[in-house]
Design a protein around this ligand. Sequence first.
Ligand code: SAM
Length: 276
Amino acid sequence: MKGLWFTELQTPSIKISCLTNKTLHWEKSKYQEIAVIDTEAFGRMLLLDGIIQTTVKDEFVYHEMISHVALNTHPNPEKVLVIGGGDGGTIREVAKHPKVKEAVLCEIDEGVVEASRKYLPEIAAGLDNPKVTVLIDDGIKHVQEHENTYDVIIVDSTDPIGPAVGLFAADFYRQIHRALTDEGIFVAQTESPFFNRDLIKRIQKDLSEIFAINKLILANVPTYPGGLWTFSMGSKKHDPEKVDRDSIPELDTKYYSKDVHFSSLVLPPFVKELMP
Ligand code: SAM
């Protein structure tokens, strides 16, 4: 029935509501409640425990920005790991990069992958790319089991609750550093610069102690709390601000571009304050 409203409690004092057309899927997996709904404003939407993960209308912003700034900072990102990201959007972007030969997705919840394949085919398309291997496993365990293996590691996780808590810990970042090759780069979604300031500050401090270079990337995702979103990067050697523009390949993207690569690293003063 058209006309029901879905509401997410984004922070204890902010709600976002979307007019829905249909509920396409609902299940309780071992890890979380998985739902796919069709909304008037954003099209199909993936919800985990009632929290918006991605929508057909704005998914490109998040998936392009979590992937291409890091991939284009690395001179030869042949082997890439994505942790989380079971909807497939990030791995779709990773597989687009001409230098990527092997992309591994390590998602803890098979239910997210299955629901996305069925109801969000334009986002999940990357899962079937021949460069991609999908593993159903805990990303923390996978990283612990690998050393000097990946050129780029992307953490496309849920908020720091439940199985994702450990994905925001300093010890995990040390394990990531170990799992990366000598020129390796790490990037993760790190929430809102309005509402998660202490978290971002702590993550940037941890990264500055573990990696030679730490950066924040900004992008606008309308369905996330506050709209403005951060991605934190830790890099062993390469600085995203010093990338040679001409080395950035022409990619089929809607938000990321050569200009946006550099502008996304320019921080307004209230965000710069979060840097160590
Ligand atoms: N773009 C989204 C956002 O910021 O809201 C994230 C979407 S993606 C669907 C997040 C995924 O991380 C979920 O499917 C969840 O199951 C997965 N995840 C959480 N903890 C994990 C872990 N320890 N290892 C692997 N995947 C994990």
